[in-house]
Design a protein around this ligand. Structure first.
Ligand code: SF4
Ligand code: SF4
Ligand code: SF4
Ligand code: FES
Length: 984
C-alpha cells in the first residue's frame, strides 16, 4: 500500500489505483463526466482536474504514486474543473425538467449541481446536424452530445463492434456511425453499449422518449416553448432554481418508475440488469452491476422484449375439442390434465408418460417438474433441451475432469493468453462473451485461434483460422495432442501430478499423425503444427466450444478430445485456463443441474445410486423409480413404437427444434394426451390436447444458472398478465391435483429444499443471492462457491483427472451424388432460435425479417444464384423453400441456414442420427440437394441489416486528435483561468 495526502488527509492507496477512484472511493467528490470505471480513462472532458504536487492533472488518467499531495479543491483545480465543464455546457442545452433523462442519473445534470454552476460563460450553440432516428431502438441528438466519447470507447473497446468514432478535426465534431453513415444503415448491431454509457440524453432508448417524464410527452412545439421559458428565466434565477424544479419532477418520477433486477431470458451468458418500467411499459434495460456482463448486453437483452406485451400472449388455458381449441377455465384445464395423466398411468403404467422441462424456465421450475414426474407419476422419463446441444460437452467433462460445467468464469476467458474457439459462432450466439475475447485480443495481445466451417466474425478476427472438412475436428485436435506429446511439448509435471491414463491415451493417438490428420481434415500439416506450438507457448489457454462440436454423432468424443488436450498441456486448475462449453439457453445449465434428466436426480446424482435415492426418498417421502428413464430422443421413438402415450412439455418448441422435425411432429400426432405449457401458441401447441398459459421471465421470481455455473436471482418485473401464471405455480397446481400436498409460497422455499437434498447446492439460498449477488456452483454449506473449478483437485475420488481415449468414426448423412451439398446450421445474433420471442420485437423484425440459406460466391456463380433467389433444399428427410444469401462467410459446397424460422425450419432437413453416448441429434451432419427456383425476390437480409455496414476500427476515442485542435487548450493551462460565476 502507498500513502498519499488528499486535501490534507492521508489515505492509503493500492499500487496502480487511479487517482479518481481513490478520491471518490474515500468520500471525496471530484467531478468527472467522461470517466466510467468500466471504460477506463477516456480523457475528453477535463472536468476531473486536480492539483498534484502543485500541477494540474486529470485525476481519471493519473495512477497513484507514493507520497503524492493532492488538492481537489484548490482555486486552480476548481477553476479548471469549472472551465472544463463550461465547455461541455456549450454543447448541451439544459432543459432537465422536460427531459426524459431527468432520472437522477444524468451526469451533466449532476455535475452542474456538484460544481454549483449558475450561469454559462460559453453559450450553448447548436450543431449543424439533424437528429438521427434511423435505428429502431435508439436515437442520437447531436445538439445534446457533449462529445465525451464514452459511446465511442464502449463501441470500439468494450463491445468491439468498431462502428463509432468522432471526427475531431471537423469544425463541428460529432459522433459518427461507420465514419458518416446514418445509424440505420451502419454496422451498428444495436447492442446498446453506447446508449447505456451515454452520460446525458444525446443517445437514448426510443422506449424512454416521451414516456419517462411527466411533461415529455407533450408535442414538440409545446416542448420547445417550455424549453424557451426555462432559458428565459435562467439569466435571472441561475441554474440553481431551475435544477430544483427539475429535481422535484424527478422525485415525482421515482413514484411511478420501477427499477427491477432481472437476468436475461435469452442466451447462457447470464447478463443481468435493471428493467425500468412504468406500469407495463418497458422504459429501458439498464445494465450496470451484472457480475457476468457489467455494462454489456446484446440487442436481444437490451431491446428484445417485444414478446412481453405482445397481443399474441396466451392468456387462458385451451382445450382441444372436435379438432379445434376452445378457451377453458384454469379449473377445468387443470382438472383434465390431472385426470388424463392419472388414467394413462393407471392403464399403461408410469413409464408411458414423459415430461420435458424448459431451459427458459427457472431452476425451481425444472426441479418441480422432475419432482412431479418422479414423485407423483413414478417415472424417470424427464429431460430438457440440453439433450439437443450440451449433453455431449457435459459428457466430455464428466469423463475427464468430473464436473459437467465450464471450468472457470468469463473473467478467465478474458485473461487467457490464448483462446481457442471450436464450432462456436461466439459473436452471434454468446455475444457478450465474444466482446471479452474481442477486447482482450484487440487491446491486451490475447491470441485467438478459430476452427469453423464459416468465416464468421470471430474467424475474421482470429490470428489463425482453421477451416477443416466437416466433422473432422476430433482428428486435428488429437493430432495436436499427439504432436505435443511426441515433441516433448506436453506439460509433464502437470501430467505426473494430476492426470491418470496417459499410457493408454498416448496409444490411442497413434492413428493421428500430422500426415494422416492433414489428409483427412484438409488442413495443412503446418497449420496443425502451428496450433500445437501456439498452445505450448501460451502461458494459459481456454478452449470455447459449442454446437458446432456437440451436434455431431461424435459430439461427446470431440468434447472429450478437447478436454484431453487441455489436460496434457496443463490448462486446468489455474486462472485463465480451462474448458468452456458455451451453454445455449439462459437456463439450459440449470435445467440439467436441477434434475430434469432421465438418469440424474438434482445435482447430477445418479438415479441408480441407492444412497442418493434413499436421501431423496426420505426428503420426498416416496419410493422412487430406480431405472433410467427416456431422453427426448427416445421419447419420440417410444411414441412411434406405441409405448409412450402422454407427454407434458413446458416452453420448448420441440416440433421445430428437434432434428428430423417431420418425424417428431408425426409422433406428437400419435400421443393419447399432450399438454403444452407456453407463453405463445407455438407450432408445438398445434399438437396439444391442453395448452396452459405460463409466464415469461419478467413475470416471475426464481433463479437461472448461466454458462459459468453462476446462479442468479430474477425478480418479478411485472405482474403476470391476467390469465397467466408463473410456471412453478402451474406445476404445483397439477401436482396437487395428482395427490401431492405441495405448499410452496415462494420459489425461495423450493431452493431451500433443493439445497437440503443436493450437496452441490448446499449453500445456495435467496439471501445469498440478493440483488446482484451470485454464486457459482458447487456451493458449500457455508456459502463458499467456486468461480474457478479444480483449484485443489479434480472431481474424482482420487482428485486426479482422467485422459479418456477417443477414436474417429466419421459422420453420418454424408453428401453423395444426389445430396451433394453439406448443410450447416446455427443461430443469428438478432434472433433466438426459431424466433418465437424475438420476432415479436418490431425493430428486430425490421432488420432481420426472415431466414435464408447462405451460399458461397463460387457455388452461386456455378448455379446461377443471387441474393434473393428462391431455392428448394431437399434432404433425405424433408424439404424447405428459402431465399439464398450469397456471402463469402461460407465456402464451396457448404451451405449455412440459420434456425430463425417457424415456416421453413432447418430441422425439416436434419436427420434422426444421434451421438450414441448422449442421444444428441447430429444436426450438423446434413446433406441436401438444391433446386434453384425461377423466382427471384428481394435479398432476405435488407440493406439496413448491420452485416452490410462498414465498421471503422480505431484504438478508441483518440482524444489526442482533440488535443491537437487549434482551438483546444487544457483548462487552466497558460490561457488564463476563466472565473465563472458560482455560488461559492
Ligand atoms: S454497435 Fe451500435 S449500439 Fe453497439 S455500441 Fe456500437 S453504435 Fe452503439
Ligand atoms: S453521444 Fe457519445 S459522445 Fe455524445 S454525449 Fe453521449 S456518450 Fe458522449
Ligand atoms: S442474449 Fe445473452 S449476451 Fe445477449 S443480453 Fe442476453 S444473456 Fe447477454
Ligand atoms: S473524467 Fe477525467 S477527463 Fe473526463
Amino acid at each position: 500500500m502507498m500513502k498519499v495526502a488528499i486535501d490534507g488527509i492521508v489515505q492509503e492507496a493500492k499500487p496502480d489505483e487511479l487517482l479518481i477512484d481513490l478520491i471518490n472511493g474515500t468520500g471525496g467528490s471530484v467531478p468527472h463526466v467522461c470517466y466510467h470505471p468500466q471504460l477506463g480513462p477516456v480523457q475528453t472532458c477535463d472536468t476531473c482536474m486536480v492539483e498534484v504536487n502543485g500541477r494540474l492533472v486529470r485525476a481519471c488518467a493519473t495512477p497513484i504514486t507514493d507520497g503524492m499531495t493532492i488538492s481537489t479543491k484548490s482555486a486552480k483545480a476548481e477553476a479548471a474543473q469549472v472551465e472544463a465543464f463550461d465547455r461541455i455546457l456549450s454543447n448541451h442545452m439544459l432543459y432537465c425538467t422536460v427531459c426524459d433523462n431527468n432520472n437522477g442519473n444524468c451526469v451533466v445534470h449532476n455535475t452542474t449541481k456538484l460544481l454549483a454552476i449558475e450561469h454559462q460563460r460559453i453559450p450553448f450553440r447548436t450543431k449543424p446536424y439533424e437528429v438521427d432516428n434511423t435505428n429502431p431502438f435508439y436515437r442520437y441528438d447531436p445538439d445534446q452530445c457533449i462529445l465525451c466519447g464514452r459511446c465511442v470507447e464502449a463501441c470500439q473497446n468494450v463491445e468491439v463492434n468498431e462502428t463509432l468514432s468522432i471526427n475531431w478535426e471537423d469544425p463541428n465534431p460529432r459522433v459518427l456511425w461507420d465514419g458518416g453513415s446514418t445509424i440505420g444503415e451502419s454496422s451498428c448491431v444495436s447492442c446498446g453499449h453506447c446508449v447505456t454509457v451515454c452520460p446525458c440524453n444525446a443517445l437514448m432508448e426510443k422506449t424512454m422518449l416521451g414516456h419517462a417524464g411527466f411533461l415529455t410527452s407533450l408535442k414538440k412545439s409545446a416542448l420547445s416553448g417550455m424549453i424557451e421559458v426555462v432559458k428565459g428565466v435562467e439569466p435571472e434565477t441561475g441554474y440553481g432554481g431551475i435544477l430544483q424544479v427539475s429535481e422535484a419532477e424527478h422525485a415525482m418520477r421515482e413514484h411511478r418508475i420501477r427499477k427491477t433486477k432481472t437476468v436475461c431470458t435469452y442466451c447462457g451468458v447470464g447478463c443481468s440488469f435493471d428493467v425500468w418500467t412504468k406500469d407495463r411499459h418497458i422504459l429501458k434495460v439498464a445494465p450496470e452491476h451484472g457480475p457476468a456482463n457489467g455494462i454489456s448486453t446484446c440487442v436481444k437483452g437490451k431491446f428484445g422484449w417485444g414478446h412481453i406485451n405482445s397481443e399474441d400472449r396466451l392468456t387462458t388455458p385451451l382445450i382441444r375439442e372436435g379438432g379445434k381449441f376452445r378457451q377453458a377455465s384454469w379449473d377445468e384445464a387443470l382438472g383434465l390434465v390431472a385426470r388424463r395423466l392419472s388414467e394413462i398411468k393407471e392403464k399403461d403404467g408410469a413409464d408411458s408418460l414423459a415430461f420435458i422441462s424448459s431451459s427458459k424456465c427457472t431452476n425451481e421450475e425444472s426441479y418441480l417438474l422432475q419432482k412431479l414426474a418422479r414423485v407423483l407419476i413414478g417415472t424417470n422419463n424427464v429431460d430438457n433441451c440440453s439433450r439437443y446441444c450440451q449433453s455431449p460437452a457435459t459428457m466430455g467433462l464428466f469423463r475427464t475432469v468430473g464436473y459437467g460445467g465450464d471450468s472457470g468464469s468469463i473473467s478467465d476467458i478474458e485473461k487467457a493468453d490464448l483462446v481457442l474457439i471450436i464450432g462456436s459462432n461466439t459473436a452471434e450466439s454468446h455475444p457478450v462473451i465474444a466482446t471479452r475475447v474481442k477486447s482482450s485480443h484487440k487491446l491486451d495481445g490475447q491470441k485467438l485461434i478459430v476452427s469453423d466451417l464459416r468465416e464468421h466474425e470471430m474467424a475474421k478476427r482470429a490470428d489463425l483460422f482453421l477451416h477443416p472438412k466437416p466433422a473432422t475436428d476430433l482428428i486435428w485436435i488429437n493430432a495436436v495432442s499427439r504432436y505435443l506429446l511426441d515433441q516433448g511439448l506436453a506439460n509433464t509435471k502437470f501430467l505426473n501430478q494430476w492426470v491418470n491414463g496417459l499410457e493408454e491415451y498416448q496409444k490411442s493417438l497413434e492413428p493421428f499423425s500430422l500426415e494422416a490428420a492433414a489428409q483427412q481434415t484438409g488442413l495443412s500439416e503446418r497449420t496443425i503444427r502451428t496450433v500445437a506450438h501456439m498452445i505450448a507457448e501460451a502461458k494459459s489457454t481456454c478452449i470455447l466450444w459449442a454446437m458446432g462440436v456437440t451436434q455431431h454423432t461424435q459430439g461427446s468424443d470431440i468434447s472429450t478430445a478437447i478436454s484431453n488436450l487441455l489436460l496434457i498441456t496443463g490448462n486446468y486448475m489455474r486462472p485463465g485456463t480451462g474448458a468452456y462449453p458455451l451453454r445455449g439457453h439462459n437456463n439450459v445449465q440449470g435445467a440439467s443441474d436441477h434434475g430434469s434428466m432421465p438418469n440424474m436426480l438434482p445435482g447430477y446424482q445418479s438415479v441408480d445410486d441407492p444412497e442418493v435415492r434413499q436421501r431423496f426418498e426420505a426428503g420426498w417421502k416416496v419410493k422412487l423409480p430406480s431405472t433410467k428413464g427416456l431422453d427426448n430422443h427416445q421419447m419420440v421413438e417410444a411414441i412411434h413404437e406405441g409405448k409412450l402415450k402422454a407427454m407434458y412439455l413446458i416452453g420448448e418448441e420441440m416440433s421445430i427444434v428437434d432434428s428430423n422435425a417431420n418425424y417428431v411432429a408425426a409422433g406428437f400426432e400419435k400421443l393419447d394426451f399432450f399438454v403444452v405449457q407456453d407463453i405463445f401458441f407455438s407450432n408445438t401447441c398445434r399438437y396439444a390436447d391442453v395448452v396452459l398459459p405460463g409466464a415469461p421471465s419478467l413475470e416471475k421470481e426464481g433463479t437461472f444458472t448461466s454458462t459459468e455455473r453462476r446462479v442468479q436471482r430474477l425478480y418479478e418485473v411485472l405482474e403476470p398478465l391476467a390469465g397467466c401464471k408463473p410456471d412453478w405455480k402451474i406445476i404445483q397446481d397439477v401436482a396437487n391435483r395428482l395427490g401431492g400436498d405441495w405448499r410452496y409460497q415462494h420459489p425461495s422455499e423450493i431452493m431451500d429444499e433443493i439445497a437440503s437434498l443436493t450437496p452441490m447446492f448446499a449453500g445456495v439460498n435467496y439471501k445469498r443471492l440478493e440483488s446482484y449477488k451470485s454464486l457459482q456452483w458447487p456451493v458449500s454449506a457455508d456459502g463458499t462457491d467456486e468461480p474457478l473449478l479444480y483449484t485443489k483437485r479434480f472431481a474424482f475420488p482420487d482428485g486426479k483427472a482422467r485422459l479418456f481415449p477417443v477414436s474417429w468414426k466419421g459422420p453420418t448423412d454424408r453428401p453423395n451424388a444426389e445430396f451433394d451439398l453439406h448443410l450447416n446450421n446455427g443461430r443469428l445474433l438478432e434472433h433466438f432460435h426459431e424466433g418465437n420471442l424475438t420476432y415479436r420485437t418490431e425493430g428486430i423484425r425490421e432488420k432481420t425479417p426472415d431466414t435464408f440459406v447462405e451460399v458461397s460466391p463460387e457455388l452461386a456463380e456455378e448455379r446461377g444464384i443471387q441474393s434473393g433467389t428462391w431455392v428448394q433444399l431437399i434432404s433425405r428427410y424433408g424439404k424447405v423453400r428459402v431465399r439464398a444469401l450469397v456471402t463469402d462467410r461460407v465456402r464451396g459446397k457448404e451451405l449455412y441456414m440459420p434456425m430463425n424460422s417457424v415456416e421453413s425450419p432447418v430441422n425439416r432437413l436434419t436427420s434422426s442420427h444421434t451421438d450414441p453416448v448422449t442421444n444428441t441429434p447430429a444436426y450438423k451432419e446434413a446433406s441436401v440437394h438444391m433446386n434453384v427456383l425461377a423466382e427471384v425476390g428481394e435479398s432476405p437480409l435488407p440493406r439496413i441489416n448491420p452485416r452490410f455496414g462498414h465498421p471503422t476500427p480505431q484504438s478508441g476515442v483518440e482524444v489526442e486528435r482533440k488535443w491537437k485542435r487549434p482551438d483546444y487548450a487544457p483548462p487552466g493551462n497558460g490561457n488564463g483561468l476563466v472565473q465563472l460565476q458560482t455560488k461559492k
